[in-house]
Structures are given as structure tokens and as C-alpha cells.
Write a protein that binds this ligand. Sequence first.
Ligand SMILES: *Cc1c(COP(=O)(O)O)cnc(C)c1O
Length: 406
Amino acid sequence: MTRVTRDMYDQYLVPNYSPAAVIPVRGEGSRIWDQDDRCYIDFAGGIAVNALGHAHPKVVSALQTQAQKLWHLSNVFTNEPALRLAKKLCDATFAEQVYFCNSGGEANEAAFKLARRYSFDQFDSDKNQIISFHDAFHGRTLFTVSVGGQEKYTEGFGPLPGGISHLPFNDVEALGKAINKNTCAVVIEPVQGEGGVTSATPEFLAAARRLCDQHNALLIFDEVQCGMGRTGDLYAYQTFAVVPDILTTAKALGCGFPIGAMLTTEKIAKSLAVGTHGSTYGGNPLACAVAESVIDIINTSEVLEGVVTRRQTMVDGLNTINSKYPMFEEVRGAGLLIGWVLNDKWKGRSREILNQCMSNGLMLLVAGPDVVRFAPSLIITDQEIAEGLQLLEQSINQLYENSLAA
Ligand SMILES: *Cc1c(COP(=O)(O)O)cnc(C)c1O
């Protein structure tokens, strides 16, 4: 067989991504090996997906066990893993009912459609306006990308769905002015991930809750990135103590197996009556069996409390490096969604930092040109953190030397 090479990407795949030069072939915990058996420490976590690292034995076993029983039935039938997972999600949250799909974008698509449909059923067809925020990210379907707050992602894809407006994030006054009787939903990422690892303020979330109640609008939390233990609670709404009407979850829910879910109350869910919405693979037994094992592991005090201590270790390590080689002005985010905001000297250079780290064997992420992002496994070991921070220091030292030489 001919060797698989990175060149094949440029030949056979549409050019919408720009993947790294190396091809990873296996992983274990927070270590990954490429085709040449070179090892990398993983602070990227598959963009907040691999919350239990790679090849977690219990998750692998859940997939293998289910693979020998049933892969697919269609929604003509229900199945045991889906029923058990739905109950677990409801028992652990405000939710009373769940809709399953395959991705974060689909979970948000369902949430936005439900908000419109619920307002149509309960009020009138003019109540269809959705309020979202600058730099928000909600997915890549035409509806979700239009609700998202980065214009570059919708350019050239019009005509776009209407009835959507964007406000400055964390601006209580702007929200108070914009919301009205025709607003059907306000959509918030409690911690903006793609947009720069920016936390909502508790006052902003509390005000959004109050304003939605005043105007009979639904409050939707997109927890696709910041949910599933990332903030140190199962969901970020619990960390912030503000309860939404609809919550979307995906990414770490399957730890790498595609699954998404929309959580809501029974009253609101009524608007998704038979035939109104659906998905061929939504509630697929394989995906649900995996997610069940994931939630059993993550929703324990051991893992959730570990998030808080691991954040502290990583932030302390970052600050120590920064005192030797000043590079960032602020560490932000919540739990193990960590963003470091580059200082004036390094602004715009997050990609260069990522590349330097990669060449030394450390995987990390950026969130725009000015922010470097970590979204590691929630159970990354002290040893893996220490090795990763050492590689980071080495990389930053090299960048400093290069910029002195230049
Ligand atoms: C990743 C992400 C999405 C989109 O999820 P997909 O599974 O890629 O469709 C939506 N919202 C947020 C906050 C995300 O981080």
C-alpha cells in the first residue's frame, strides 16, 4: 500500500481547512503520535471535544460493546442508550426533555427553530426576532452562521435568513434597549470560545434572564464548547447560576463521537410536535452509548473538582513563563477553557506561537490572531501539564531569541 501523505489533502479534499503538516495516527490520554512516531502533548483537546483525552478505556469499551449490538434503527424506533442518556441529562440539569442530533450546529439549528415555533404557537408570527452578540459562534449551517457574530463567516453566502440582530457582548444597556415584544430568543455563549475565550459577566447573564422574562423571550445558552464539565460544573449555567430555557451541548458530549443535544423544558418542547423537526442519525445508539459513558465519568466530583485545580496549575505555569518572557497581558476564560491575550508586542501573532509550539511537540489552539487558547482533556495528568508547559517555555524562549536576532 502506498504511504498516506499530507499532499493528498490538497489533492482530494475541498480546501476549506488548512491542516497541520503532520498526520496524527494514535493517541492515549493527552499524548498523540504522528506517522513518524513523534509524540505531542495535547493542550488542544480536539477543540474542547476530547474532554477525557484519547482512547479512554471506559469510553472505548462502551463503543465496542454497543457496536456488537445495534448501530442504527432510525427514529421509527427508540433505543435503550438514547433513553438512558436522555434521563441522565435531565436528572443532571434544569431540563425535562431532550432532542438528539449529531453536532453543535444542528443542536443550535434545533434551538433557533424551536424558539421561533414556540413563539408562533404561544404568541404570534411577528414574534420571530433573534438577538445574538458580536464574536459569537453558533455553527456553520446558514441559519446558525447568520446568528453567529462574525461577518466574515457569512460573506458571499446570502441571501441570509432574516430577523437576526447582533449586539455588543456583555452590554446590559444595549440588550435592554434592543429587546422588545417581537424578540423570540436571546442566544448567549456563557464563555465565548471561537470569538476569543471571553466569559460573560454574571451581571450580563442575570440581566438577560430578567429581560427575557419581561418580554416573553426564550433565553438560549450555547454550551457546545463551554459545557460538559469545562467550567468545573457539568454545565456553565450552573457555574453562573443563571438558568436558560434552552441549552445546546455537543463537542465533549461524545468526546469525539459525533453527537449533539438540545435540552429544554416540557412546556417549550411541546412545540416540537410530531413531524416538525428531525434527523436521521439523531439519538443513534452508538453515539448515545458513548455519551452515556462520558457523562458517567465527567459528572463526578472527582473530575469536576479536578478542573479547578488543573486550571490553577496551568495558569500558574503560564504566569511564571510570562514573568520571564512577557508575552500576554491577561489570562481569561473559565475552568479548562483558557485564553491568554497577547500583549501589544505580540498581538496578531497567535498563529506563529502555535506553529512554534507544534514544532516542539506541543499542540494548542488560537482564538483569533490575539488570543492563544488551551482546551485540554479535563483529566490531563500533572505530568502531561508539566511537560506541556516546559515545551511552551522552550517555544517562547525560541520566539524571543528569534525576535532579538531579527
Ligand atoms: C463548535 C461550536 C459550535 C458548532 O458545533 P459543530 O459540531 O461544529 O456543528 C457551535 N457553538 C459553539 C459555541 C461551538 O464552539
